[in-house]
Design a protein around this ligand. Structure first.
Ligand SMILES: [Zn+2]
Length: 71
């Protein structure tokens, strides 16, 4: 999902924010970093991927595969 950043490259630091960075690999070279939920099927709540030995936790709400068939 692209949320309006207008240029490529690293984001500019914002004053009075932490500005720590996290780089997610462009895993298929298609300009998309795929995040995959690792929770059991039909789980409740947010989808979650935990990587980097528990140091990176990503949670999100909607399964974007659901949009593939609708296009
Ligand atoms: Zn899930």
């Amino acid at each position: 999902m692209w949320t309006g950043r207008k240029k490529f490259g690293p984001p500019e630091d914002v004053e009075e924010q932490c500005n720590a960075h996290c780089y997610i690999a462009d895993d298929y070279g298609d300009n998309v970093a795929t995040i995959r939920c690792e929770l059991p099927p039909h789980h409740k709540g947010m989808h979650r991927e935990i990587s980097r030995e528990g140091k990176l936790i990503i949670e999100w709400e909607e399964d974007e595969r659901e949009y593939d068939s609708a296009v």
